[in-house]
Each structure stands twice: as structure tokens, then as C-alpha cells.
Design a protein around this ligand. Sequence first.
Ligand code: B12
Ligand code: SF4
Ligand code: SF4
Length: 250
Amino acid sequence: MTSEDIIEDPLFKEYKKTIGAYYLMPQEAVELSFGDGSYKEGTVISIVLPINEKIRQSNGRQTIWPSQEWALLRTHEVQYFTELIDFLIDLLQSKGYRTMAPAHSEWFKIMATEPNGPSSNWSERHIAYAAGLGTFSINDAFITEKGIAVKLLSVVTELKLEPDRREAKSHTENCLLCSKGSCGACIKRCPVNAISAEGHDKMKCAQYTYEEESKKLAKSYEGESTVGAGCGLCQTHVPCQSRNPMKNTL
Ligand code: B12
Ligand code: SF4
Ligand code: SF4
């Protein structure tokens, strides 16, 4: 599932205010990679990759640590993402449109911000939101029409495309708790109480998903210990796992 959004969209400027001055607008991302004045016009393409059903189901059966399948996705995703991104970049460049992937650039950074915890200078979820592909949720994660158990990528290209329309009335519309005050299934699923009706504690979550115990688990699953095993219990065995729960369709 892909969508596009024009670079001139005022929401990108708003992100600089709501996230912080370190957060990059698409023009800035292009110029960091290709030099001052290199940006002329273009589009940001946001891509939603639903996680395979078998991986979703296996993690849905877990109550404390992620399943082997979920953890191995974490181990191999960098390679999968890089191959897909390279394919897209080559395709668009072969047609004459300069293209780059901000989150895969050498200048991409994740900063430790106070008091909110880790924050990056390019956010795939904010790009997907700008492109009208879904909304955030009580646990921070992004709920698309294909659910919350998804991975997100994006590229910035000189190709000018008609943007998709954003229809959400709020940035958390697809979450049952945020919109209707019901559900809260992800709160109960989180093994370290990192989610509450007030939101998501990124520090607690980061500690659990990527630190020492998680690294050991990844190793025991024959995965890559340095990247950890992840967790995603809040994204599986929940009403929003594979669909937008605010819609009746399955
Ligand atoms: C740093 C990071 C983390 C950190 C911090 C998470 C966080 N909330 O930022 C930690 C280590 C905790 C983490 C954990 C996980 N992560 Co992570 N992570 C990232 C990374 C690298 C950067 C995210 C970031 O800093 N964004 C910038 C900050 C500012 O965004 P934010 O804090 O979420 O934004 C909030 C505010 O801006 C707020 N907001 C307030 N006002 C307004 C107004 C408007 C209009 C809008 C739009 C928003 C808004 O909305 C947001 C939610 O509260 C991204 C990859 C990327 N480059 O984007 C992956 C990413 C977000 N992670 C992902 C995944 C899958 C996970 C895990 C499931 C781990 C795993 N693999 O098992 C868990 C899930 C935790 C959770 N419930 O979200 C996916 C997201 C999937 C999804 N459906 O959302 C991403 C996009 C990776 C990918 N390429 O697919 N992650
Ligand atoms: S499980 Fe329920 S409360 Fe949690 S994000 Fe999904 S819809 Fe919202
Ligand atoms: S990824 Fe795991 S630790 Fe983080 S909020 Fe979700 S359930 Fe909790």
C-alpha cells in the first residue's frame, strides 16, 4: 500500500514545531543528501508493509516476550527494507527523478530527548500520517487500514505526484480508546506497564524492546543480538492488529 504527499504540505512545517527544531522537512532532507539548492519540487512517498499473518499470529500467542518469528523479523528487516528502498530509488532514478530515503541516510539520527525519550529527525509515522495512511494511537503506534502490526518506509523523490487526501479528523482517530474511550487491550498486553490511558512511556518500552535481556533473547532465537528482539505485544492480539478498528469491515 503506498501513498504520496506533496512536499509543500504545511503539516511538515507544523512538525518542526510539535516535534522540535531538529526534525527535518523534506526539502532539508534532500539538501542534506544532495547539497544546498538541490531541492526543486517533489513528493514524499509513504509505504505501509503489513507484517506477515503467521508472524502476527505467533506474537499474538505471547504474553511476556516476543515470538521467535517476530524477533527474527527484527533481525532481518534492515536487509529487507534496504532491498526494497534500493529498488524504488533505482526505479525512480532510472526515469530521471532524483530520489532518497531519509531514514536510510547517513545523517539519520535518533536523539535522547528530555523528558520524552528517543526521538528521530525523520519519522516514518508522521510521514504516513501526512500521506493520509492512518493515525497514531494511545500507545504511539500507527494504525492503518491494514492494522497496527505494520512496518513503515518512505522516500523523497523529484517526481511530482497528486497527493492522497487526509481524512482523519484527529491524529489519533483510528484508536478506539482515543476516539470512543473503549478498548485499552494494548494496555493489558504490555508486559512492563509502559502504556496507560495517559499514553506510552517510551523509556520503559525502549529498555524492554532493545536492551540486555532482549539482546539475549534475540541470540537464543538465533537472531542478531545487537538489534534486540523487539516486542510488539501491543500490536498483536488486539482489535487493531490487522484493521482499522473504527471501521466495521474485517
Ligand atoms: C525511536 C523509535 C522507537 C523508540 C521510541 C518510540 C516512539 N514512540 O517514538 C522505541 C524503542 C520505544 C520503539 C519501540 C517500538 N517500535 Co519503533 N521506532 C523508532 C523510530 C526509529 C523513530 C520514531 C521517532 O522517534 N519518531 C519521532 C517522534 C517525535 O514520534 P512520536 O514520539 O511517536 O510522536 C508522537 C507525537 O508527535 C504525537 N503528536 C502529538 N501531537 C501531534 C499532532 C499531530 C498532527 C501528529 C501527527 C502527531 C502528534 O504523536 C506521536 C504519538 O504520541 C521509528 C522509525 C522511524 N524512522 O520513524 C521506529 C518505528 C516507529 N517503530 C516501529 C516498531 C514496529 C516498534 C516496536 C513494535 C518494536 C518492535 N519492532 O517490536 C515498538 C512499539 C512501541 C510503540 N508502542 O510504539 C515502527 C512503527 C510501527 C507502527 N505501527 O507504528 C517504526 C515506524 C519502524 C518502521 N520502519 O516500521 N521505537
Ligand atoms: S488496542 Fe485498542 S486502545 Fe490499543 S491502540 Fe488498538 S484500538 Fe487503541
Ligand atoms: S512494544 Fe512491548 S514494551 Fe513497548 S509498549 Fe508495546 S507491549 Fe509495551
